[in-house]
Design a protein around this ligand. Structure first.
Ligand code: PGA
Length: 251
């Protein structure tokens, strides 16, 4: 099955309005991309980013949402608010949220349901810690996170899975291509078993964790890698564009 590739940038807690010039540069550099391009800026920039991307082949996403649509949840943002601001995607269950905000897989699943109800595509993140990998528990951890974080109503359109080994995020360390291949094949097989071949083969699988221009092409050669979730190297157009180009060349 051919899946359209996706280059997704996660700006995390980086960027004031001055950073919109990077987004403008990205739009100018990729007028007709052969892959999907997504930027998830901080929520303060969503409206401006969505306006800038309005007529361009660039999607805008949030980095988290609440599991409820409205209510007394100071500081939180709901899925309908993201949609209203112009987002089409939302990252959920990033390891920084699982760790810093004690998010369980069950909460991530509730958030994904809320995202789906609001018409957003949920990018659900999974990944093992270094100690879990060293104890040879990677596939068990991934299996648990996958079954508990991903809702039953998952489709190839409303859900993307990102494999992000925690030890590779922001560290400059990356797994070997064989290690990425093993986990992505495992996730693919699990998705097919749970959702059947159409949905299981249709959901896109991203790799994330220290993806940069120098290692992107090698990572994208892997069969079940349908793109990347990129943190640091998505902040500057000059870093992100070569990654997008490498993905286009692998497609
Ligand atoms: P990184 O972050 O590319 O800076 O390692 C990836 C992520 O956390 O999504």
């Amino acid at each position: 099955m051919s899946r359209r590739k996706l280059a997704a940038g996660n700006w995390k807690m980086n960027g004031t309005r001055a950073a919109l010039s990077e987004l403008q540069a990205l739009v100018s550099a990729h007028p007709d991309p052969s892959v999907d391009i997504l930027i998830c800026p901080p929520s303060t920039l969503l409206r401006d980013a969505a306006a800038l991307a309005d007529t361009a082949p660039l999607d805008i996403g949030g980095q988290d949402c609440h599991s409820e649509a409205t209510g007394a949840h100071t500081g939180d943002i709901s899925a309908p608010m993201l949609t209203d601001a112009g987002a089409t995607h939302v990252i959920l269950g990033h390891s920084e949220r699982r760790e810093n905000h004690n998010e369980s897989s069950e909460l991530v699943r509730a958030k994904a349901r809320a995202a789906h109800a609001a018409g957003l595509t949920a990018i659900i993140c999974l990944g093992e810690s270094l100690s879990e990998r060293e104890a040879a528990n990677t596939l068990d951890i991934i299996a648990g996170q996958l079954s508990s974080s991903v809702p039953d109503a998952t489709t190839a359109v409303n859900t993307v899975i990102a494999y992000e080994p925690i030890w590779a995020i922001g560290t400059g360390l990356t797994p070997t291509v064989a290690q990425i291949d093993e986990v992505h094949d495992f996730i693919r097989t699990r998705l097919i078993t749970r959702f059947g071949p159409d949905i299981g083969n249709g959901v896109r699988l991203l790799y994330g964790g220290s993806v940069k221009p120098s290692n992107a092409a090698e990572i994208f050669e892997t069969d079940n890698v349908d793109g990347a979730l990129v943190g640091g190297a998505s902040l500057k157009q000059s870093d992100f564009s070569p990654i997008i180009k490498a993905l286009e060349e692998s497609a």
